[in-house]
Design a binder for this molecule. Structure first.
Ligand code: FE
Length: 177
């Protein structure tokens, strides 16, 4: 078969069977809306919430929006996998690096990087979409592990919060792949 489709074939959907083992795709509307149901934000710490979009337990990563409405140090952590961050509002930085994550910016955090997240005092709210693989390993100033967070702890926290808010189970179960 020629790899180049004739123009009149381009708008024709695939008619064959699905490939074996393909999981369901996922679409989440309104991810940038400020007006979404507040109950979808899962409390993480005072002034800190996350809104999960995809919890991928088969590949060990999750996609979520982190919302921080307080300034100061959020956490010191080491990454066991890569992180992609798109800052949607506000600004933040890591004490160990000289770059700032500003609104509309993209940042890549490599596995193994150890850094301390700070939201500056003049930032009322920061919102960042994080694609996190592996785990956050929370560490002390010497790098000793003091805690861990991964897609499974995110799933557990989301299930618990959504149940407490009478959101049912369909929303959270629908995020799992
Ligand atoms: Fe990080």
């Amino acid at each position: 078969m020629s790899p180049t489709a004739a123009p009149d074939q381009l708008a024709t959907p695939y008619a064959g069977p699905p490939l074996p083992g393909v999981v369901e795709d996922l679409v989440v509307p309104g991810v940038l809306d400020d007006e979404i149901d507040e109950r979808l934000w899962v409390p993480q710490a005072p002034g800190v919430h996350f809104r999960p979009l995809l919890l991928n337990v088969t590949q060990g990563y999750w996609v979520n929006i982190l919302r921080v409405r307080r300034s100061g140090i959020l956490s010191r952590h080491r990454h066991a996998g890569p992180v992609h961050a798109i800052t949607l509002a506000g600004r933040w930085h890591y004490l160990e690096h000289d770059w700032w994550a500003e609104t509309n910016s993209y940042a890549f955090e490599p596995p193994g990087d150890i850094h301390t997240l700070e939201v500056p005092e003049d930032c009322e709210e920061m919102r960042t979409l994080f694609h996190v693989s592996g785990a956050y390993i929370y560490v002390d100033t010497d790098g000793n592990p003091v805690g861990v967070e991964d897609v499974f702890s995110k799933l557990e926290a989301t299930r618990r919060h959504y149940a407490s808010q009478d959101l049912g189970t369909d929303i959270v179960e629908g995020m799992i792949r």
